[in-house]
Design a protein around this ligand. Structure first.
Ligand code: RTP
Ligand code: MG
Length: 140
């Protein structure tokens, strides 16, 4: 299978607790290469746009609040089957249901503050990467 790219966010709960290095070590150990990375503080508007698919959900307000409350690290990850591979490494949305060894099992605080985001499909990955990175910022 050809190399694929996915979009990742190390969320505010992770940056606050200085966990970005430990999480990156798990990403790299899983065979994914970090081909772009920067630290940004999302505005409310950026968080609303990013999670627009969830705007009717009851947790939307809290999600936007949390995502814009502190800096995040946005990344592009590259590897074979990167989208699914990263979802496996992240673990289930609810950390209580996440498999042992996954990022969320080890580091997430709860369903909302679950340390990482990863794209869920090729179309969303392309869209999310384009929202946060210029082409020349990604070095594969
Ligand atoms: P993500 O988009 O952040 O990678 O997470 P996901 O696919 O595993 O989960 P998704 O259903 O897309 O939900 C997006 C984020 O919203 C927060 N959430 N809170 N309190 C709740 O019931 C609830 N449900 C979801 C989480 O931060 C989740 O990652
Ligand atoms: Mg999602």
């Amino acid at each position: 299978m050809a190399l694929e790219r996915t979009f990742s966010i190390l969320k505010p709960d992770a940056t606050r607790r200085n966990l970005t290095g430990l999480i990156n070590a798990k990403i790299e150990a899983a065979g994914l290469r970090i081909v772009a990375q920067k630290r940004v503080h999302m505005t409310r508007a950026q968080a609303e746009t990013f999670y627009a698919v969830h705007k009717e959900r009851p947790f939307f307000g809290e999600l936007v609040e949390q995502m814009s409350a502190a800096p995040v690290v946005v990344q592009v990850l590259e590897g074979e089957n990167a989208i699914l591979r990263y979802r496996e490494v992240m673990g289930a949305t609810n950390p209580e249901k996440a498999d042992a060894g996954t990022i969320r099992k080890e580091y997430a605080l709860n369903m909302g503050e679950n340390s990482v985001h990863g794209s869920d499909a090729p179309e969303t990955a392309a869209q999310e990467i384009a929202q946060w990175f210029a082409g020349n910022e990604i070095v594969g």
